[in-house]
Design a protein around this ligand. Structure first.
Ligand SMILES: Cc1cc2nc3c(=O)[nH]c(=O)nc-3n(C[C@H](O)[C@H](O)[C@H](O)COP(=O)(O)OP(=O)(O)OC[C@H]3O[C@@H](n4cnc5c(N)ncnc54)[C@H](O)[C@@H]3O)c2cc1C
Length: 440
C-alpha cells in the first residue's frame, strides 16, 4: 500500500516518520522548496529567525516531549521561561494573574477586588455560565483582569470579536487557585502555566532543526516544489497532480489546510464548499530584527496588549539560544496577526518593518540605532478561529472527507489550535489507526 501525505509541515513529517517505522511505503508532497511549514527558520547574515512565529518545545505529555527533544540529539538547550506583559509601561510577570503585584497599585486592587467579587457572585449562583469567549473571561477572572489584559490582548491577537468566539479554546486555560491570585496581588511569587515554565529549543538552526530532524531518516520520500493542484480517484487509486506530474496512491492523508484540500477536489457539493469557506482563520506577519547589541534583556518573550502598537508579541531568539545570532549581537522577532482585507493586510513589508521598529524604539524595547537588519515574512494560515459556528461547519467538511476516504489531520487539517506536541500525537494516532485497519 502506497500512502500519499499531503503537506510537509510538522504534521506531514511526523506522519512520515511514524509510518516509515511501521514499514509503510509513502511520499510526502510539499509545495514549498523546503519542508517545515510554520516551523520555518531563516538565516540572514548569521541571525536565525523562526519566521512562522516564535516556537518553543514544551508539552504536558512527557512521552511526546521526550521524543521531540530526543530527535534533536545534542542540538538542544533547556531554558526557564522569563516572560512578561507590557502594561502601561510596567513589565508584569506572565501569566498576568500571577503578576498582579507588578501593576500600578490601583490596577492591582481592581484585579483582586473584582476577582473576589466575581467569586462570591459565582458561589451564590448569581452568574450564568459563559456562552462565548468574552463572557468566559469575565466569568473566570472578573472585570479587572478581563478588561485590563485578557480582552484587549485576545482581541488583538485573534482579530475577531470575542463575543462571537466559542469557549472551546479558553477552556484549556488553567484556572488559577484563589490563593494564587491573592499571593500574586501581594507580591508572593507564584507560577502559572507550569507545563511551560521550562522549555527546550534547538541550540543551532532555529525551530526548523526539529522539522529537519524528523525529515533526516526519510529524505528520499519527500517531494518538494509539489503544489497539489488536483486530486481525483480512478479505479480505487488516488491521482495527485501538481499540473505537471501525476502521482498515484492507495491512501491519502492530508495535512494541508481544509480550504486548500477542498479546493483541489472535483465535484464538491455546494454545502461542503460553503462550510469550508465559513471556517475562519487569521494570518501572521513576522518581523525579524538583528541588533548590534550583545544582550538586550533576559526575557523570553513579551506580550503587548496595547492596541496602538502593531505587534502583539515580541520574542528574543538570542535569549533562547545564543547561537542564533552572531557573536556580541542579539535579535528580536515581532509577530502581528491580520485577516485578509483588514488594515494590516494592506500594508507593505517596508511599512510594517519601519512602523514596528519605530514602536519598539518608542517603547524602549530596542534602540533604532542598534538595528542592523530586518526581514519580514507572511503566513496565510496561522491560527484557526473558533467562532461560535465553527463546529457545525467543520462537521460538514470532515464528514465529507471521511466519506471520500481521505484522512485529514494536523493543525489546519483537523482545524484545531494544535501545538507541535498535539500535531505529533495526532500523527502517531493516525498511524496506529492505519495499522489496525490496513496492511503495509
Ligand atoms: C505564531 C505561532 C507560534 C507558535 N508557537 C508554538 C510553540 O511555541 N510551540 C508549539 O508547540 N507550537 C507552536 N505553534 C504551533 C505549530 O506551529 C503547529 O503545531 C505546527 O507547525 C503545525 O504543523 P502542520 O504540519 O499541521 O501545519 P503547517 O506547518 O501549516 O504545514 C502545512 C504544510 O502544507 C503545505 N501545503 C499547503 N498547501 C499545499 C498544497 N496545495 N500542496 C502541497 N503542500 C501544501 C504547506 O506549505 C505546509 O508546509 C505556533 C504556531 C504559530 C502560528
Amino acid at each position: 500500500m502506497r500512502i500519499g501525505i499531503l503537506g510537509g509541515g510538522l504534521a506531514g513529517l511526523s506522519l512520515g516518520y511514524f509510518l516509515g517505522k511501521k514499514g509503510y511505503d509513502f511520499a510526502i508532497l510539499e509545495k514549498n522548496t523546503e519542508t517545515g511549514g510554520l516551523l520555518k527558520s531563516v538565516n540572514v547574515e548569521g541571525f536565525t529567525f523562526d519566521v512562522g512565529g516564535s516556537h518553543i518545545i514544551f508539552s504536558k505529555d512527557k512521552e511526546i516531549l521526550n521524543f521531540m527533544v530526543s530527535l534533536l540529539g545534542s542540538n538542544v538547550v533547556r531554558n526557564r521561561r522569563n516572560t512578561k506583559i507590557l502594561y502601561k509601561g510596567n513589565y508584569v510577570k506572565y501569566p498576568f494573574e500571577n503578576g498582579l503585584a507588578d501593576l500600578p497599585k490601583q490596577d492591582n486592587f481592581e484585579c483582586l477586588y473584582y476577582f473576589i467579587q466575581n467569586l462570591i457572585a459565582k458561589e451564590k449562583g448569581l452568574l450564568r455560565p459563559p456562552k462565548n469567549m468574552k463572557e468566559w473571561f469575565y466569568y473566570t477572572f472578573g472585570k479587572g483582569i478581563a478588561e485590563k489584559y485578557l480582552i484587549p490582548y485576545n482581541e488583538k491577537i485573534w482579530k475577531y470579536p470575542l463575543d462571537q468566539m466559542s469557549t472551546v479554546w479558553v477552556e484549556r486555560i488553567p484556572q488559577p487557585p484563589v490563593e494564587d491570585i491573592i499571593k500574586s496581588s501581594l507580591g508572593i511569587p507564584t507560577e502559572g502555566y507550569t507545563h511551560q515554565l521550562h522549555f527546550y529549543y534547538p541550540k543551532y538552526g532555529g525551530i526548523q532543526s526539529l522539522a529537519k530532524a524528523f525529515e533526516e531518516p526519510m529524505k528520499d520520500k519527500v517531494i518538494t516544489n509539489f503544489a497539489i493542484k488536483k486530486i481525483k480517484k480512478e479505479d480505487k487509486k488516488w491521482i495527485v497532480s501538481n499540473g505537471k506530474r501525476e502521482l498515484e496512491f492507495d491512501k491519502l492523508i492530508s495535512t494541508i489546510p481544509l480550504q486548500e484540500l477542498i479546493n483541489v477536489l472535483d465535484d464538491v457539493p455546494h454545502e461542503v464548499e460553503d462550510a469550508v469557506n465559513n471556517l475562519k482563520f487569521n494570518s501572521l506577519i513576522t518581523i525579524g530584527i538583528g541588533l548590534d547589541k550583545p544582550k538586550l534583556n533576559s526575557l523570553s518573550w513579551l506580550y503587548i496588549p496595547d492596541k496602538e502598537i502593531l505587534t502583539h508579541r515580541v520574542s528574543f531568539p538570542s535569549n533562547y539560544s545564543p547561537y542564533v545570532a552572531p557573536e556580541s549581537k542579539s535579535s528580536i522577532l515581532a509577530e502581528i496577526t491580520y485577516r485578509e482585507g483588514d488594515k494590516v493586510s494592506k500594508m507593505n513589508d517596508t511599512e510594517i518593518a519601519e512602523r514596528t521598529i519605530e514602536e519598539l524604539n518608542r517603547l524602549g524595547i530596542i534602540k533604532r540605532d542598534d538595528v542592523v537588519l530586518t526581514t519580514v515574512y507572511r503566513f496565510k494560515y496561522a491560527y484557526v478561529i473558533y467562532d461560535i459556528e465553527y463546529k457545525k461547519q467543520l462537521k460538514i467538511v470532515h464528514n465529507y472527507l471521511t466519506k471520500l476516504g481521505i484522512t485529514s489531520t494536523g493543525r489546519f487539517g483537523s482545524w484545531e489550535y494544535a501545538n507541535m506536541d498535539a500535531v505529533v500525537k495526532m500523527a502517531r494516532d493516525v498511524t496506529d489507526w492505519i495499522q489496525s485497519n490496513t496492511n503495509p
